[in-house]
Design a protein around this ligand. Structure first.
Ligand code: ZN
Length: 149
């Protein structure tokens, strides 16, 4: 962040207190203007967000493993249509894909990230348990995972 004086009145993006023109601020494109004394709070907030993302990603992976196992146990093949015909998606690719979808879905939910992943996975599991097809195209699987709960 760059140290400068405020050219316009505004408010601190951390504490919300007003900032007057000419007041000393820290500024960055990403975070806007903040009071210099609010920097530690901003840093701990960013750190917390990073930790939450890491926890969310690892939980999403676990839940994705479970969902892929459920799909296999139901005898469903997940396929991809390519120029060479239909191929079965590898387990590893499927888990990565499902984990990504769960994270995306979880970010749409206005909840604690861990709770959001669990909720997204639970919804997906319920929807998938009703599938009665021998094969699912990967795009159809995507709909079952990310369909709004
Ligand atoms: Zn502040």
């Amino acid at each position: 962040m760059t140290k400068m004086t405020a050219k316009f009145p505004g408010s601190c993006k951390v504490c919300g207190n007003p900032i007057a023109r000419g007041q000393e601020i820290l500024w960055s494109r990403e975070h806007g203007a903040i009071n210099p004394e609010c920097l530690p709070r901003l840093q701990s907030r960013l750190e917390e967000r990073r930790e939450q993302r890491t926890r969310m990603a690892s939980l999403a992976r676990q839940e994705a493993e479970r969902l892929v196992q459920q799909v296999k146990a139901q005898g469903i093949q997940v396929i991809l249509v390519t120029t060479r015909g239909m191929i079965e998606v590898s387990r590893e690719k499927l888990v990565n894909h499902v984990a990504e979808l769960l994270c995306k879905k979880a970010e749409e939910l206005d909840l604690d990230p861990v709770a959001a992943v669990q909720l997204a996975a639970q919804g997906a599991s319920e929807r998938l348990s009703r599938v009665n097809e021998p094969q699912l195209h990967v795009a159809e699987l995507r709909n079952y995972i990310s369909h709004s709960a």
